[in-house]
Write a protein that binds this ligand. Structure first.
Ligand code: F6P
Length: 548
């Protein structure tokens, strides 16, 4: 059974939220803090090793109550059950959405087309485990009988961003293998990576759900040609493995069937790092850590499935996002990880979020009349403080931000950790409270600034505050806590898609550009007149043809 198809703007809760927005839109959050000393604790969720404080948001208890009514009226509970039970909720592609099954225990029973998929999932996990162990332990060797030193993941989009982000985030847990990622069809990318490699000791993992993606196949072919300059066709079986649903295409590329790790149509590309798409993660940090990542995600799945909505972390964060997007009309949200290990987290989230909810047609096939998918962006703190925080603090745009931090430093450097975390805490405090003109003037007085200079400079030094943030403080960055964090954002995306009444699991918007690129590629070598383009495109094409 598909998802309900409810226009959120037609619900009673939506109208109530609109009226409520008018009544509180200008309230400064500090007023609520001074009126209610329990505000912070009432708006904090403590779950396992997660501490989530959402009190620094432009909302009161009535706001959350109305948002929860919205979740109720749009039948969120039913939608969650449908997703976990394997209903065909990706209706436009006729598919179930079961990345959650990939991290479920063996004892679970999840049916797809009358078949329990759990035995097959665990068979593939066993294959990932065996393969990982043999490569990491140096048992599996290259064509000159040397152990592998390097692993190259060849893929793009969901077949790259998830694994690349996790391998980077878990580098503290890495083994001796060096992991590389080749994604861009720009030949300079693959060539820069190849420069660092020795064909005798490099393992290539080609990851493509469809095995038709131009970028991945071009890179895979370039790498195969490079490899065959020093090795022979029969050596390919030792050095190339693939992860795909398209077994026939993989075989015709020349990869041995035993070297194929299957995946399934019920796993969306951007939600696939939990499948064999995560093979490069397993190789980089060992199978047990990969399994820990999955176990953490499963714990978040259980929380999401069973926790009451008011204390359900993904639901609460999703509702807050809807409050800003649809009532404050904010267009973007920042995700700031106070950990260098989260360097690629925002990039990963961009695909997960924007490819999922960047839709303007609802589940009834009608154009929406309200905002959907947000622009997600961010960089790690403290670097981002010295880059774009000026705009968040004093710019004209409202940019809600998630601050993610870890209480314990992996390398145990207390001095650095305390400095990092003081910034983590101080920034959300500054964004909340701002700095009044009165405080600016007191500061001027203490600094001995003249009265006339004070008057001139004061407007520039005032911070309005009232800028919303969520604080997500986690004990320590481990494979398990990272799994929870990623699953939290996956579920947040799902909740928002349900409420916005869009199909979050298709991505037709990426097709048109791909089709036109193929057409244009064919025109580069054609002697014919360039035709059938607008004049701008024709001119650029002609100019490039002259230069190439
Ligand atoms: O960008 C479109 C897309 O289809 C993504 O959804 C997907 O993650 C990516 O391309 C790669 O696709 P594949 O794994 O089939 O090569």
């Amino acid at each position: 059974m598909p998802l309900p198809k409810i226009n959120p703007t037609q619900t009673k809760a939506w109208s109530k939220l609109q009226a409520h927005y008018q009544s509180i839109k200008d309230v400064h959050m500090t007023q609520w803090f001074s009126e209610n000393e329990n505000r912070a604790s009432a708006m904090t969720i403590k779950w396992e090793d997660f501490y989530v404080d959402y009190s620094k948001n432009r909302m009161d208890s009535k706001t959350m109550a109305l948002l929860l009514e919205l979740a109720e009226e749009t039948q969120l509970k039913l939608a969650i059950a449908k997703q976990f039970e394997g209903d065909v909720i990706n209706e436009t592609e006729g598919r179930e959405v079961l990345h959650t099954a990939l991290r479920s225990p063996k004892s679970a029973k999840i049916m797809v087309e009358g078949q329990d998929i759990m035995p097959e999932i665990h068979e593939v996990k066993a294959k990932i485990k065996d393969f990982t162990t043999s490569v990491v332990d140096g048992v599996k060797k290259g064509y000159t009988n040397k152990a592998f030193t390097d692993v190259v993941n060849i893929g793009i989009g969901g077949s790259d961003l998830g694994p690349a982000m996790v391998v980077d985030a878990l580098q503290y847990y890495k083994n001796q293998l060096t992991t590389h990622f080749v994604s861009n069809v720009d030949g300079d990318h693959v060539n820069e990576v190849l420069k660092k490699l020795n064909p005798e000791t490099t393992l290539f993992v080609i990851v493509s759900k469809t095995f038709t993606t131009q970028e991945t196949l071009s890179n895979a072919n370039t790498i195969k040609d490079w490899f065959l300059k020093s090795a022979s066709e029969s050596d390919i079986a030792k050095h190339f493995v693939a992860v795909s649903t398209n077994i026939e295409q993989v075989k015709s590329f020349g990869i041995d069937e035993t070297n194929i790790f299957p995946m399934w149509n019920w796993v969306g590309g951007r939600f696939s790092l939990w499948s064999a798409v995560g093979l490069s993660i397993s190789l980089a940090v060992g199978y047990d850590n990969f399994d820990g990542l999955l176990a953490g995600a499963h714990e978040m799945d259980e929380h999401f499935k069973s926790e009451d909505f008011e204390t359900n972390i993904p639901v609460v964060l999703a509702l807050i996002g809807i409050w800003y997007t649809n009532f404050f009309q904010s267009e973007s949200e920042a995700v700031i990880g106070y950990s260098q290990y989260l360097n690629q987290f925002a990039t990963y989230l961009q695909q997960a979020n924007m490819e999922s909810n960047g839709k303007s047609v609802d589940r009834n096939g009608h154009k929406v009349t309200y905002q959907t998918g947000n622009i997600v962006w961010g960089e790690p703190g403290t670097n981002s403080q010295h880059a774009f925080f000026q705009l968040i603090h004093q710019g004209t745009k409202l940019i809600p931000a998630d601050f993610i931090g870890f209480a314990t430093s992996l390398h145990g450097n207390k001095d650095h950790q305390d400095k990092l975390m003081s910034n983590f805490i101080a920034q959300t405090e500054a964004l909340l409270n701002g700095k009044s003109e009165k405080d600016v003037n007191i500061e001027f007085k203490q600094q001995g600034v003249s009265k006339s200079n004070s008057e001139t400079l004061a407007p520039f030094k005032v911070f309005e505050g009232n800028k919303p943030t969520n604080t997500i403080l986690i004990n320590k960055l481990t494979p398990k806590s990272l799994g929870k964090l990623i699953a939290l954002y996956e579920h947040k995306i799902f909740v928002q898609g349900v409420i916005w009444n869009v199909y979050s699991y298709d991505q037709f918007g990426v097709e048109l550009g791909k089709q036109l690129a193929i057409k244009i590629l064919n025109e580069f070598d054609s002697a014919d007149q360039i035709g059938n383009h607008d004049s701008s495109t024709s001119n650029v094409l002609a100019f490039y043809k002259k230069l190439r």
